[in-house]
Design a protein around this ligand. Structure first.
Ligand code: ADP
Ligand code: MG
Ligand code: MG
Length: 207
């Protein structure tokens, strides 16, 4: 199984819907350890992505991912905007002009996205950021490569959920939460949660 630009656009629309539905939750997670805006930031960005996809219809998977990247970079702001923007931009670039995304391509885009976040934010696994969700997700998608895109994304979403939950007992070492030092312990990282939500939306769209 593989997917084309319209399938990728449908997955992005599903992601926008999930972010909208979890806007308050994401902001509530950001309140005690940040500045209480993560849900608003993400929702502003994905609402703008939806509007752009209503008027432009990119004809490659990379084209869709590039629209997401440029829109998030211009609309989300804060830490998450450039981080997610870079992730989607690297993901787009990794695909070139391929008209379809296959199992191998899925691993390539996820890995490129992770590399983008790490290049931009310099966080490692265990720093209590979105990297804690995205990194195990890439490994899970790679491990499930023989099972097809839908199974790979389901495995990636499961791994991201677990990775996000793993941030709770950690001391945050990057972003605003790191200003709290030990007081950041006991909180789920909002960016790790939004990464897990995005991957779950992509997985559900691929079923
Ligand atoms: P801001 O902190 O600027 O208000 P958001 O609240 O939208 O931005 O996003 C916060 C999230 O960004 C954090 O929960 C964390 O997952 C992520 N983040 C912040 N800094 C980094 C970093 N250097 N590397 C990876 N992720 C980061
Ligand atoms: Mg914030
Ligand atoms: Mg902010």
């Amino acid at each position: 199984m593989s997917c084309e630009a319209s399938d990728v656009a449908a997955a992005v629309r599903a992601a926008a819907d999930v972010i909208e539905r979890h806007r308050v939750e994401l902001t509530d997670l950001d309140r005690p350890i940040g500045d209480g805006d993560h849900g608003e930031n993400m929702n502003r960005g994905f609402t703008a992505v939806l509007a752009t996809l209503d008027t432009t219809v990119p004809d490659t998977p990379a084209g869709v991912l590039k629209v997401v990247a440029t829109t998030l970079i211009s609309k989300v702001g804060g830490a998450a905007g450039p981080l997610y923007g870079t992730a989607f931009l690297r993901a787009a670039t990794s695909l070139g002009q391929e008209s379809r995304l296959d199992s191998e391509g899925l691993v390539t885009v996820l890995r490129a996205g992770l590399e983008g976040v790490v290049a931009r934010g310099k966080a490692e696994v265990g720093d209590a950021t979105m990297v804690d969700a995205l990194s195990p997700a890439v490994e899970a998608a790679e491990a499930a490569k023989g099972e097809g895109i839908a199974a790979q994304l389901a495995a990636a979403a499961d791994a991201a959920d677990e990775g996000a939950r793993s941030t709770v007992p950690l001391v945050a070492r990057k972003g605003r939460a790191s200003y709290l030092g030990e007081r950041s312990v006991g909180h789920l990282d909002p960016g790790a949660r939004s990464t897990a939500l995005l991957l779950r939306a992509f997985a559900d769209a691929a079923r």
